[in-house]
Each structure stands twice: as C-alpha cells, then as structure tokens.
Design a protein around this ligand. Structure first.
Ligand code: UDP
Length: 408
C-alpha cells in the first residue's frame, strides 16, 4: 500500500511555478494514441496548484498554427512555444527541437522569476534541468514512463535513458508508484538520492459512482447485460489485442457478456483491425467500439461497465484503474508496475499476468459472477480513493520540489 495519509502541507506563500510539458498540451482532447495520462496529469496538477493561489505557467510545444500562443485556463496560463514545425510530431521527433524549445523558455524565464520548475517526461526534464542550473531555480521531475521500458534500443532511446539516468542522480524525482524503486536499481543501476513516491490523482467530483442504466443509455449500448469495460489508447502495449482474445475465451467459457471499448485515434485508427480481430473470434457483435470520449465525459464509460479491464503490458501508474475505482467499479488488471499498488483484492480488484489469456478469461468471469460483482463493488466503495485528490498530490509535489520534505 502507498502511504498516502500525509496531509497537504500549508504553503508559506504563493509561489510562481513553471510546469514544462513539451510533448503533452493539457488543452488537448484525450483519447488518441498521442494523448493520455500525462495530458490529464499536467492539466489537473496545474488546476490544483492554481487553486492554492500559486501563479502557474504551463509551457508546451506549439502543434497548431491556429492555436493561441498563450491562453488562460482554469486559473493557470498555458503558453505554446515554438519547437520545430507547428504540427503534430512524435515524441522522438520532438527531441530534435530541444534547442529551440530551450531558447523560447529562456525568453519566458527572463520575463518572470519562477520559484519552482515541475517537468514532465524526459524531453521536458532535460529542459528543466538546463533552466534550473542556469538560473538557480528548484526543479522537480516527474517520471511518467521510462526509456528502459522500450524494447528497441535505437539512438533516441539510448539518449533518453542517459538523460533519465542523469535526472535520477541530480534532480528531485517524483515517481508514481513504489514499484519503481526496484526498477531504478535494476534498469539504471542506481538508487535516486532524492525520490518521493507521489501517485497520480483523480478528479473526485467527476469520477464517482453513478447510475449504470442511465450511462448505458447515454452511450447508446443495451441497458441489460454484463459488460467488461476498456478505456485507453488502442495501442498494442495497452494490451487491447489480448483483451479481445481473452474476452472471446470468456464467452467461450459460457459467460454472457459484452465488451465496451473506449478510445481511438482520429488518424490511423486501429478500430478496423481490432474489429476484424473480434470478428475472427466470432465475438464482433458483442464488442462495442465507442470511440474516444473527451475526458470530461469519460466517467460515464467507467460507470457503464461492471468490471474494468486494464490489460497493459506495462504501466508506471495506471490512471484508468484509479478512475474506475473512483467510479465504484472493480478492476481486473495486469500484474505489472503501478497496477500492483492500485489493484488489490482489498479494493475489489484482481491481477493477472499480461499475456495469460486463460487467466484473464477466468478472472473476468469470476468478477462478473452476480454475487461476486456485488461483493467486489462493496469493497471498491469501502476502500475509497480520497487520498488521491489532486490538491493533496499537488501540494506534496511542490513541498518536495522546494524543500525535499516528503522524500520516502
Ligand atoms: N481517456 C479519455 N478518453 C478516452 C480514452 C482515455 O479521457 O477516450 C483518458 C483516461 O480516462 C485516462 C487517460 O486517458 O485518464 C489515459 O491515461 P493512462 O495513464 O491510463 O494511459 P496513457 O495513455 O498515459 O499511457
């Protein structure tokens, strides 16, 4: 279990905080392959910090020539800086434009004196490091994922790993789950000297239990029946292919259920391919592809499900599992990374090895048993998600970044 009982420290004064999130613009609609947890994390962190009265400036890369260079949102200011062409680029491609990004950030930092830099993902981590050194500003880096998790070891991945290794040694690091302590030792051969485990949060006002029938109606799926829910990007690493196979096995085992799949991309969607996979297994009519749903409304997708599956090959945290729990829905998840801390029998959950299709079919079937469904739901609600409020998380990050006070 994470030790989450620490109270939010009170702040001596309002600080000026620069959030650097070069690759993830917090204003983007989430659900496509490029936008996921980091986008939500940065958006919610900025909002929560602003609620404390801090001045919050978020810096991201300009991807759309029409988008405003600066805009006010939810109490913070979002700045879109030039770094490469104003078009969508893959994260690895952005690495070629870090010098330009640094020059733009330098100009912004000339105009305003910040107390703290909070950077997200290695691209922003290296920028934060450069600015912090040049200007003597405190810097805290959140590691949302790790270069070592990649199978391929191309030049950019090796560069990323080296930058992460440096950050781990020199910068206060926020990691999202306790399982990463071992990962740092194993993959990077070091114990970060300044490390705090601070989980991601969930918006408790939006993600809460609700009426199942009503949300199913709103989503246009049949009200009756039992459903497994999937919410996330439709990439292979998220395990959606295996989930469809396991779902077919679940039905072959005699469990009457449907599968709700939420997520998808505007370009290069994998939906046709996944639909074909479902058809090959003879379950196409039971798999409902609902497309990407904006984060503001995605709680409905969780509420419509009886059990949420998180079949990822790896998760540093596993935001979707937390969101499902906040909606009172039991989770079956892969036995990896941060999901080990979030999905436990005490919180109504079960974990299975990612590729164990028979295990997945068995666990989903067990979770969907009528009596078991009620028991697990009761456990989810009893365990609660109160400690994961964004205000508590935001305050811990700032306190750690400024004073290293909550290092575990
Ligand atoms: N999400 C969403 N709409 C969708 C699909 C996903 O709002 O159609 C959200 C989901 O609720 C979660 C985030 O996208 O907040 C995915 O975060 P996670 O950390 O699970 O995955 P990532 O994409 O960052 O690897």
């Amino acid at each position: 279990m994470l030790s989450l009982e620490r109270r939010a420290p009170a702040f001596a004064r309002a600080y000026s905080i620069a959030l650097i999130s070069l690759h993830a613009d917090p204003a983007t609609v989430v659900g496509s392959p490029q936008n996921g947890g980091v986008t939500i994390y940065v958006r919610e962190l900025a909002r929560a910090l602003a609620q404390f009265g801090h001045r919050v400036d978020v810096f991201t890369r300009r991807t759309d020539p029409q988008a405003p260079a600066s805009e006010r949102r939810d109490g913070y200011t979002l700045h879109r800086i030039a770094a490469g062409p104003p078009a969508h680029l893959g994260n690895d491609e952005i690495a070629a434009h870090l010098d330009e990004a640094l020059a733009a950030l330098d100009e912004a930092f000339d105009r305003h004196a910040y107390d703290l830099i909070s950077s997200h993902y290695w691209l922003s981590g290296t920028l934060g490091d450069a600015l912090a050194r040049r200007r003597g500003i405190a810097h805290v880096h959140t590691l949302h994922s790790h270069g070592t998790a990649r199978k391929r070891r191309d030049a950019i991945t090796l560069e990323r790993i080296e930058i992460e290794r440096k950050l781990l040694q020199t910068t206060p690091i926020v990691t999202l789950s306790p399982s990463h302590r071992e990962l740092f030792a194993r993959d990077y051969g070091l114990v970060p000297p300044r490390l705090a485990v601070v989980p991601a949060g969930v918006d408790l006002a939006r993600f809460r239990p609700g009426d199942v029938a009503e949300t199913r109606r709103a989503l246009g799926v049949p009200e009756r029946g039992r459903y497994v829910g999937y919410v996330g990007r439709l990439t292979r690493e998220k395990g959606i292919d295996e989930l469809i196979s396991a779902f077919a096995l679940l039905r072959a085992n005699g469990t009457e259920a449907g599968l709700l799949v939420v997520g998808g991309a505007q370009r290069g969607s994998r939906v046709p391919e996944l639909r074909a996979l479902a058809a090959r297994f003879g379950v196409a009519e039971h798999v409902h592809f609902l497309g990407a749903i904006p984060n503001a409304r995605v709680a409905d997708a969780f509420r419509a499900a009886d059990v949420v599956a998180v079949p990822s090959h790896y998760e540093a945290f596993g935001l979707v599992a937390l969101e499902a729990r906040a909606c009172g829905v039991p989770v079956v998840a892969s036995d990896v990374g941060g999901l080990r801390d979030l999905v436990t029998p005490a919180s109504g959950g079960a974990r299975v090895a990612p590729g164990d299709l028979a295990g997945w079919a068995r666990e989903l079937g067990a979770a969907l048993e009528p009596g078991e469904l009620q028991r697990r739901r009761a456990r989810v609600l009893h365990e609660g998600v109160g400690p994961y409020s964004w205000t508590s998380i935001a305050s811990r990050i700032v306190a750690f970044g400024l004073h290293d006070v909550c290092a575990d």
